[in-house]
Design a protein around this ligand. Structure first.
Ligand SMILES: *Cc1c(COP(=O)(O)O)cnc(C)c1O
Length: 370
């Protein structure tokens, strides 16, 4: 095969986004305004949530959700070790203590491990839909209900994913669901995020805290009524988001087709473990995580020599020096996460690739697992 160069990601951004952003730039109103309000309305409608609050990143959205729920010092929040560092940093920035539960073979939180980590101080569960494959939410909502816990979903990968035929963000059993619009995510505004909720009280609190805690406003007068943050999203980003939102069904269809090709091409290869999709769910296929036990690092090198850039999702939280002290505590032990990490690699999968790029990557996988 003729060698190609396949980067790990390229965003799908076109002239519609350029025109929409330019129109905002010409309008004279650059920060949070009518375009952001419109983006929130459309996004909420798309996922089936009555309220949506736009924020400047998923990370700040997660922190904001915890703050709005009143979670702080002395409280514990249970999350996954198999996530981006910011899920856990959002918990520490809120002043709370992160507790890691172990994951299942799918890379998502194992409900049994979560249950074993619940203490009288536990206030919330923060599941992460790894790669866009939904967590076993029924079990997690059950635990939350029995123990009186909040549920805040890290849905950075999960726009267009569905749990039991309901879009992620559309189920009222979670208090807040937080999406990322970072440059590599399915919907991008460069930087940005969105919190959806079915609770109007929480929506009000999120909105207040997202903008300095400024309550009533009248002409030039305003009053600060809470210790808020500066987490709002501006109209230029929202204009881009509105255009990106229009393509999401189409982009999902392409990623799903590409995942099917990978599965068909790689399914029978020895030495390979294919990713799974939770039963009765729609996987958003933000990532295609492949198990290559025993040869992961060499595999990445061989793929690189063939022009294909791979990645790893994620370096587990306990392996980062900042979390080292917390990681040795028994309540944070997650052996399965560490094992899966050593075996797993993410292949490029995004709509800006062509179908022949996908087949090229599959061919390179066949040559690289040998
Ligand atoms: C990207 C990502 C985030 C952070 O998103 P930002 O919008 O960059 O803050 C959080 N969690 C996961 C799982 C992510 O992949």
């Amino acid at each position: 095969m003729t060698p190609r160069s396949v980067p790990f990601h390229r965003p799908s951004v076109g002239e519609a986004e350029v025109a929409a952003v330019a129109a905002v730039m010409r309008s004279g109103w650059l920060t949070t305004g009518p375009v952001t309000a419109e983006f929130e309305r459309r996004f909420g409608e798309y996922v089936g949530a009555p309220s949506a609050v736009a924020v400047n990143s998923c990370t700040s959205g997660l922190q904001l959700a915890l703050a709005a729920l009143g979670i702080g010092p002395g409280d514990e929040v249970i999350t996954s070790p198999m996530t981006f560092c910011s899920t856990v940093l959002a918990i520490t920035h809120a002043g709370a203590t992160p507790v890691l539960a172990d994951i299942g073979k799918d890379g998502n939180l194992d409900p049994a491990s979560v249950e074993s980590r619940i203490t009288p101080r536990t206030k919330a569960l923060m599941p992460v839909h790894l790669g866009g494959n939904p967590c076993r939410m029924e079990a997690l909502w059950g635990l939350a209900g029995r123990h009186g816990l909040f549920v805040v979903e890290d849905a950075a990968h999960a726009l267009t994913a569905r749990y039991a035929d309901v879009a992620i963000g559309g189920d009222p059993r979670s208090d807040a669901v937080v999406f990322s619009f970072y440059a590599t995510k399915a919907l991008t505004t460069g930087e940005g995020g969105m919190i959806t909720t079915h609770r109007s009280d929480l929506c009000e609190r999120l909105r207040l805290l997202s903008y300095h805690g400024i309550g009533a406003r009248d002409d030039w007068q305003y009053s600060v009524v809470a210790e808020g943050f500066k987490f709002n999203l501006g109209d230029m980003q929202s204009a881009m988001g509105i255009e990106q939102l229009k393509m999401q069904d189409e982009l999902l269809e392409i990623r799903t087709r590409y995942a099917t090709i990978y599965r068909e091409e790689l399914g029978r290869l020895p030495g390979i473990v294919l990713p799974s999709t939770t039963e009765n769910c729609v996987n958003a296929w933000h990532l295609f995580r492949l198990g290559v036990p025993g040869v992961r690092d060499q595999f990445i090198q061989r793929m690189k020599e063939r022009g294909v850039e791979c990645s790893v999702h994620f370096i587990p939280v306990p392996l980062h020096p900042f979390f080292a002290e917390a990681a040795v505590r028994p309540e944070n032990a997650c052996p399965l996460a560490l094992t899966l990490y050593s075996q797993t690699v993410s292949l490029p999968i995004y709509p800006a690739m062509s179908e022949s790029d996908i087949r090229y990557v599959a061919e390179c996988v066949r040559e690289s697992v040998r």
